[in-house]
Design a protein around this ligand. Structure first.
Ligand code: AMP
Ligand code: ZN
Length: 314
């Protein structure tokens, strides 16, 4: 059975065709999975440099993780209860010769070959920050002032196929994570939201911040989303790219003690920690910039180029 594809409106589909025609995106045959041109990559790299420098300035420790997550970690944080529709799980073949032949025959005929597979210990990473919490918890208590981790631009997967170029199944999410005292984690999150808004405005984008919620699954999920929104646990940095709704290009999330309770993260001996994370979606930010300033990067306003490529002679 083919995956259900989310509707995209005419403007979003038009933008996708334009990006492909101009070579900025390279089609794979599956909606939401694209290659990039050099120009697209240049903007991603520039965003990357800016975020890495900002993280370093804020005293962040750099950690990098692969785009696969032990499935037990996804289970522990309750992801399958909250977002079963977005998760990607790794299944592999472990059968005998005749089963291998059957698998190959199904595959060669482009038929369903999932019956021959077994679940492995791995899932795809749905958000760059997920590997951080158990990794820091494994070190023991966190210093009293907390820690900031720069997880860099991880590839993340979400099963949401769409012909909206802003909605991918696999994309780069650069995250910074703060694990620290409940008194400072929220102000850290808020200060970063303001800082990111200022950056977007300097980049010439018509952006604004708004409380938001995650796409929790089902009826229970609607209640969780309403509570998340009411408590302003999630802020999104929005830009109109294409279509009737603005697009979230970055998010600023306060998790209270959700991850710290799950993984036993404490400050000092037994002070409870809170956590927050910032997630920047590179591909969406590139789309926002291209929509605002056009396809020719060399023709972008000097002020924008000076932020993205400060070392280039003008
Ligand atoms: P979230 O964890 O949902 O708040 O996502 C963090 C950031 O990742 C968002 O603000 C977007 O910039 C980006 N993002 C989320 N979902 C997608 C998607 N399907 N395609 C492209 N970028 C996404
Ligand atoms: Zn996160």
């Amino acid at each position: 059975m083919a995956a259900e594809i989310r509707e995209a409106d005419a403007e979003q589909q038009q933008l996708l065709s334009e990006l492909i025609e101009r070579g900025m995106l390279v089609e794979s045959g599956v909606p939401g999975v694209y290659g990039h041109s050099e120009a697209f990559g240049r903007v991603c790299d520039a965003l990357e440099r800016w975020l890495t420098a900002a993280g370093r300035e804020a005293g962040a420790e750099v950690l990098r993780f692969p785009p696969l997550l032990p499935k037990v970690q996804l289970e522990k944080v309750g992801y399958l209860g909250n977002f079963p529709h977005l998760a990607g799980s790794v299944f592999s073949f472990e059968g005998d010769e005749s089963q291998a032949a059957e698998l190959a025959a199904h595959a060669a005929a482009h038929e369903d070959w999932s019956a021959a597979l077994r679940q492995t210990d791995l899932t795809l990473v749905p958000a760059a920050c997920y590997p951080v919490y158990p990794a820091i918890a494994a070190r023991g208590p966190v210093p009293d002032e907390g820690v900031i981790i720069d997880v860099g631009p991880s590839w993340v997967f979400r099963h949401e196929p769409s012909f909206d170029p802003g909605r991918r199944q696999v994309f780069h999410m650069h995250e910074l994570v703060h694990i620290g005292p409940s008194t400072t984690v929220l102000s850290w999150r808020n200060a970063w939201a303001e800082r990111a808004l200022a950056l977007f405005i300097e980049l010439g984008l018509n952006a604004w911040l708004a409380p938001a919620s995650d796409p929790f699954f089902g009826r229970r999920g609607r209640m969780m989303a309403a509570s998340q929104r009411a408590q302003e646990l999630k802020l999104e940095l929005l830009v109109s790219i294409a279509g009737p709704e603005p697009t979230a290009c970055a998010s600023f999330n306060h998790h209270l003690d959700h991850f710290s309770a799950t993984f036993g993260l404490t400050l000092g001996a037994d002070q409870p920690a809170h956590t927050a994370c910032l997630g920047f979606g590179h591909e969406r930010i590139v789309l926002a910039l291209v929509r605002q300033h056009g396809y020719d990067l060399d023709a972008w306003p000097d002020q924008v180029r000076a932020i993205l490529w400060p070392d280039e002679a003008r």
